[in-house]
Write a protein that binds this ligand. Sequence first.
Ligand code: PMV
Length: 311
Amino acid sequence: MTGTPESARGFEAAEGHAGGKLILLGEHAVVHGEPAIAAGIPAGMRVAVTPRSDGRRTAAGVDVTDMRLARAIAIAAERLGIDAGQGFDVSIAGELPDAVGLGSSASLSVGLARALAAATRTTLRGDDLAAAAHAVEGAFHGTPSGVDVTTVLQGGLGWYEVGPPRRWEALAAARPLEIVVVVADRRHDTGRTVGSLRERATARPGLYRPIFRAIGDLVREARSAIESGDLRRLGEAMTLDHGLLRVCGVSTPVLDAAVEEAVSHGALGAKLTGGGGGGAIVALAEDGGPSLANVLSRPGRPAFAVRLPGG
Ligand code: PMV
């Protein structure tokens, strides 16, 4: 348990907020021990909790029917040492599109832990908050690498390794990175893409291990490109990473087409981001992120620019 015994006594209305994230390179291989590079983004999720006197736990007033959300709420409450008889309602407002690889479930996990901590006046230390949020995220993703929750908690641009222990190292970019996110494909299920790739990789390690290692090499290459300000080399590493993710079977024709389109409009590189099987791509703009976002967005396919500071 992460809260103090005293913390379990009262319960008052409270809110918790957390930002989202994007993975620049290394998703999927990170689950298998390779490094990843990710960045926090300000858009995230806001979670409000209000006490209920009837002991029920609801989301937006309705009994929670989504099993994963119900499990997430139960885990968060248990981690915070909240009495099993304490009812409360959870309401979730998102600035992030759900299930497209931008960290909505990690953001929800951190926001929920923060909201319940505030509701019970529990002071969570950084490690306790991380442990609670990682446990809650497990309800959504099975056995995540932890890159999403860690990035949401740390913010900024960083290098992540699953460990154990999990390791985050802030990266200093020599030049700002103009990233364009295109929400190109339908919602995806990260637990499913991670699970089915894990099955294939376990059945044929000789085929998949070298691919994961090659992704790790691209992440190392990208780090040196970021730190030296070589955006062309970074873009090339991103597009190559997309090719390897495609070989791993986690891309889709829609994501592949969006990557091609971004590159044909002058992006230095592009790739799917997050779990794949749908969701979003990220493209590295040469200079004007907003103008590339403009070119790539169309009805039903939002695109937005994120500037990661550097220099
Ligand atoms: O939750 P998503 O879709 O952003 O993907 C997370 C990144 C993966 O490497 C695919 C899974 C993980 O746990 O690291």
